[in-house]
Design a protein around this ligand. Structure first.
Ligand SMILES: [Zn+2]
Length: 366
């Protein structure tokens, strides 16, 4: 059933490349191993956002046991037919240039400087957020989290920062019309120079490989690139097309903010007609919470999920007496929830508590 599946990822490492390499080699497997067996294609896509959370956290937890001081952003894209699922930690971005000219962002930036919500979460979990101070007391550079001094609020690895710098990804799932579209995934260097619109427009009409080069060239021309930069372009095109169609008339841009619609939102017939003529993008799923109880919990469709006695993160078998509900002790729990699936092993439960600032980081740098 994986024959329709394609994946793409951008991993932007810092403090060495060990975390990026480890993530490249393990993340996909960890996501797939968190998927329940025997699902239909639709059920599989429905289960994917939760498996992505498990896979990211497992990859981070495993890498941290290696005791290496290295971290990475991870923007991981899974394409199944017209459905695109993006999971991301850090500040690499994925944008979608849907056929018809609407450009939209499929990720959020986990940067302390720009993300107030994340700053509040980190502070509430016991981290300190501030700038580097130089001799004389002047503060320089972007907001960082202490201990560690990382500018990101989420990443994989980074054993030397507080565990409230979490690997829980923002996940977004959208469905393209059968007119297709183009994904541009790139590390922060590109987005410091180019807006989503400029990046999308500067390469329209070019085949994917040349498009990626063009975007890097455009970023260099605009502001220059300070660090290593990765840019991946993926075209999702109807089977009968080998090349992307030329860009649409400029008029279409007027309604670009309406192209994304929340599932279930009712629209007038007139508007629906307009949208279908340019290729509508349907938003299926979006969730960015850092809380595992919100990301792994509450199976609304309880059937055919992973086994009850398996850890929802690392997938080890649990003795019926040792599993701890992901809801236990959380502020979202009601009295009945401590016995409700999914369950975590005690190791992953420790990890969860550390991520929420409920215990100090227990892992020491070697
Ligand atoms: Zn576990």
């Amino acid at each position: 059933m994986y024959t329709h599946l394609a994946t793409a990822q951008v991993l932007d490492g810092h403090n060495g490349n060990a975390a990026a390499i480890y993530t490249r080699d393990n993340l996909l497997n960890h996501v797939l191993s968190a998927m329940p067996r025997g699902l239909s294609r639709n059920e599989w896509l429905h289960a994917l956002p939760r498996a992505l959370v498990s896979g990211f956290v497992k990859t981070d937890k495993e890498f941290q046991t290696k005791g290496q001081t290295s971290g990475t952003t991870a923007t991981f894209v899974i394409i199944d037919g017209w459905t695109i699922t993006v999971a991301s930690v850090g500040d690499s971005r994925c944008i979608l240039d849907a056929q018809g000219g609407s450009v939209s962002l499929l990720t959020v930036d986990h940067r302390l400087e720009e993300n107030v919500e994340e700053r509040e979460r980190v502070t509430a979990s016991g981290g300190e957020v501030g700038r580097l101070s130089v001799v004389g007391g002047a503060e320089i550079g972007p907001l960082r989290c202490w201990p560690g001094g990382l500018c990101l609020s989420r990443s994989i690895g980074d054993i030397d920062v507080g565990e409230f710098i979490v690997p829980v990804p923002y996940v977004k799932q959208v469905k393209l019309s059968n007119a297709g579209g183009r994904l541009i995934i790139a590390s922060d260097g590109i987005w410091d120079s180019l807006s989503s619109e400029v990046a999308a427009k500067c390469c329209r009409g070019l085949p994917a490989e040349l498009a990626a080069k063009q975007i890097v060239k455009e970023a260099l021309r605009t502001r220059g690139l300070k660090d290593d930069t990765t840019c991946v372009v993926v075209d999702i095109i109807p089977p009968d097309q080998t090349m992307r169609l030329p860009s649409p008339p400029k008029k279409m841009n007027k309604i670009k903010s309406l192209i994304f619609r929340k599932k279930g939102k009712v629209m007038s017939n007139k508007l629906t007609k307009q949208l279908s003529s340019v290729g509508m993008v349907e938003e299926i799923f979006e969730e960015g919470s850092a809380m595992l109880s919100e990301r792994l919990g509450n199976h609304s469709s309880g059937r055919r999920t992973s086994s009850l006695f398996t850890c929802a993160i690392c997938q080890v078998d649990l003795d019926p007496s040792e599993g701890i509900s992901v809801h236990a002790g959380s502020k979202f729990s009601s009295s009945s929830k401590p016995w409700q699936s999914p369950f975590l092993c005690s190791d992953c439960r420790d990890k969860k508590d550390a991520m929420e600032g409920k215990r100090p980081s227990g892992v020491k740098v070697l």
